[in-house]
Write a protein that binds this ligand. Structure first.
Ligand code: DGT
Ligand code: CA
Ligand code: CA
Ligand code: ZN
Length: 581
């Protein structure tokens, strides 16, 4: 499994090229890095099927040049061009780039002027006040760098689930394929679909644990073995994550799966229920005296404790146990239940693909409708659209819909935009143009530092615009990178209810915005939500799944999510609810 290593190299290549001011190429490498990261299939397997041709056909964005790069890597384990570039620029680019606000051009200057090569160097230089003295830098950028470094430290190295999930699923499949494995499943925070994960917990049922351990240790992407015993092995993977593997007998599978899925808080609460009933619960089973009364399956275990089955995404001891006892658990939205995607960027602004390519990618994912929501004018670096460009794009969408219809596709492309919320809460596109769009999303992309009060007022003012349908990625956080803006979530949710505004669950893995706690509040208040990919390339539409996980962790049902509805129901909701002209 080479995908994560390869993606990292491609991404570094993009940064190295950008540092050298090479035009176009950086974007191409970055695009492919993202595609590779999202692949479920091993790049090696794709290559085996048909060489560089298969790479070009199977991985979005791969042309002749990058196909050669990947081929060399698969064949020799290294790429000469990449190594040459690394030698010329001996800095930890990925490590430096991870700091919010630090980009390739800045890395180049910092390296050339201050010999900054690592994040530690960067911190030292900033603390010594050396950065503010550089041309084009200042006290503000120095402070921002230090803030970024502090934030990275506080996130404690947890990884974003959406970034590592494809690899984890590949690993799970490999273990499931061991002849001696009766079952294999990844438990822990991965199974609960937390936004970020600390490590991977794998559970295997087998009568031959020693054989399982032997085969597991042969998997090529293990970097280091911390320890390996008869039924338990701990390793570090090449992607930097730790993995725990445990083998259990079939009669303990349910109890072990329950225990290692967690959360710890959920487990503690279950154990207390067991004790009250005069039982004992541990990872081997539920016992009355020495007799096991449940533990083979999770369903049986919950039943014996007097509870309905609780979905893993809910197991945080935040009310799910009481609800399970009272038979009041929500019927969660299911994976695969979305019919549309209401936030998609294209090459009209900062997306990689054309509207038509995005439409076909959506068809492939089984969607019935999408909204094209390119950025608007005040986000100048993306080539944001003004009223004129938006009008032109609407005409292009009409044509695209005709073309799709002629080709026999049922997909409907909606006209939309991701409009900027200006500092005072007004929008950067005039109402006359907004009124012509099917879906108007708006987001905060500037002035992140306003006080909570100002920020709340700003967003509510935007929601009061009758043309606005959805607030995109409300908190603007980037996990492990940027703190959310400050706002009063209760006030915002009340205002969303009053104005009929939809709040988005942005499924882009490092956004996952709004978070589960707010989703739960929206469900309670009757505020509708959408789950959108925020795709900037065809491969990103798959992120919708990550959004469904997030929605489930927030107790959302199908009815709470507007793009799980049929198109006609959505459209009439958009019109009636906002009293749009
Ligand atoms: P992570 O890895 O930090 O993202 O979070 P988890 O939830 O995967 O935690 P982890 O890997 O430390 O342990 C996996 C599960 O094992 C955890 O969800 C619940 C269970 N567990 C671990 N330690 C304890 C404990 O001290 N008490 C109880 N009741 N359960 C535990
Ligand atoms: Ca874990
Ligand atoms: Ca663990
Ligand atoms: Zn964008």
């Amino acid at each position: 499994m080479v995908n994560s290593e390869l993606a990292k190299m491609l991404y570094e290549m993009a940064l190295l090229l950008e540092m050298k001011d090479v035009p176009f190429k950086p974007r191409a490498y970055e695009h492919v890095a993202l595609s590779v990261e999202g692949l479920e299939e091993d790049v090696k397997d794709i290559y085996k099927k048909g060489g560089t041709k298969a790479l070009m056909a199977g991985i979005p964005g791969v042309g002749q040049g990058i196909a050669g790069f990947i081929e060399e890597y698969i064949k020799t384990g290294r790429v000469k061009e990449y190594e040459k570039m690394k030698k010329e620029t001996p800095v930890d680019i990925s490590g430096l780039k991870a700091v919010e606000g630090v980009g390739p051009k800045m890395i180049k200057t910092l390296w050339q002027k201050l010999n900054v090569r690592t994040r530690e160097d960067l911190e030292r230089a900033a603390r010594a006040g050396k950065i503010r003295k550089l041309e084009h830098f200042g006290k503000k950028s120095e402070e921002k760098i230090l803030k970024g470094i502090e934030f990275l430290k506080s996130s404690g190295g947890r990884r974003i689930l959406g970034h590592v999930l494809p690899e984890i699923l590949t690993l799970e499949k490999m273990i499931q394929a061991f002849p001696e494995a009766e079952r294999a499943i990844v438990a822990g925070s991965v199974r609960r679909k937390k936004e970020t994960i600390g490590d991977i917990d794998i559970l295997v049922v087998s009568k031959k644990p020693e054989k399982i351990m032997e085969r597991f240790l042969e998997i090529p992407f293990i970097l280091h073995v911390y320890g390996s015993g008869a039924t338990k092995t701990n390793v570090k993977l090449k992607n930097g994550l730790d993995a725990d593997l445990r083998v259990v007998p079939a009669e303990s599978f349910g109890a072990a799966l329950n225990y290692f899925t967690g959360s710890k808080e959920h487990n503690v609460a279950l154990r207390q229920i067991a004790i009250k009933k005069g039982y004992k619960l541990n990872e081997y089973g539920l016992y009355k005296g020495t007799k096991q009364i449940a533990g083979g399956s999770e369903e049986g275990l919950y039943k014996a404790l007097g509870l309905r089955y609780i979905e893993p995404e809910l197991r945080e001891n935040t009310g799910e146990i009481e609800a399970a006892r009272a038979g009041k658990l929500p019927e969660l939205i299911n994976y695969g239940e979305l019919k549309g995607d209401l936030q998609i960027q294209t090459d009209w602004t900062d997306g990689e693909n054309s509207m038509e390519e995005m439409a076909h990618a959506a068809i492939k994912e089984g969607l019935e409708y999408i909204a094209i929501t390119d950025h608007t004018k005040t986000l100048a670096m993306t080539g944001g659209a003004d009223e004129k460009k938006l009008t032109k794009q609407m005409e292009a969408i009409d044509k695209l819909n005709e073309k799709l219809k002629k080709q026999g596709h049922a997909l409907k492309v909606l006209k939309g935009a991701e409009v900027n919320i200006l500092k005072d809460g007004t929008l950067d596109i005039d109402d006359k143009t907004l009124a012509k769009l099917d879906v108007v999303g708006a987001a905060v992309h500037t002035h992140f530092n306003l006080s909570g009060e100002e920020q709340t007022r700003r967003i509510i003012r935007a929601m009061e615009n009758p043309n606005l349908d959805i607030i995109f990625h409300l908190s603007t956080r980037l996990i492990n990178k940027r703190e959310p803006i400050e706002f009063d979530s209760d006030e915002i949710i009340q205002a969303a209810k009053r104005t009929g505004t939809i709040l988005e669950i942005d499924a882009y893995p490092d956004r996952s915005d709004i978070k589960d706690e707010y989703i739960k509040k929206c469900v309670k208040a009757g505020v509708k939500m959408s789950i959108d990919s925020d795709a900037h390339a065809t491969a990103h539409i798959k992120f919708l799944e990550n959004g469904i996980s997030q929605a489930r962790r927030g107790w959302a049902r199908k009815g709470d999510i507007v793009n799980a509805w049929p198109l006609q129901k959505l459209l009439s909701f958009l019109i009636k609810n906002k009293k749009r002209p």
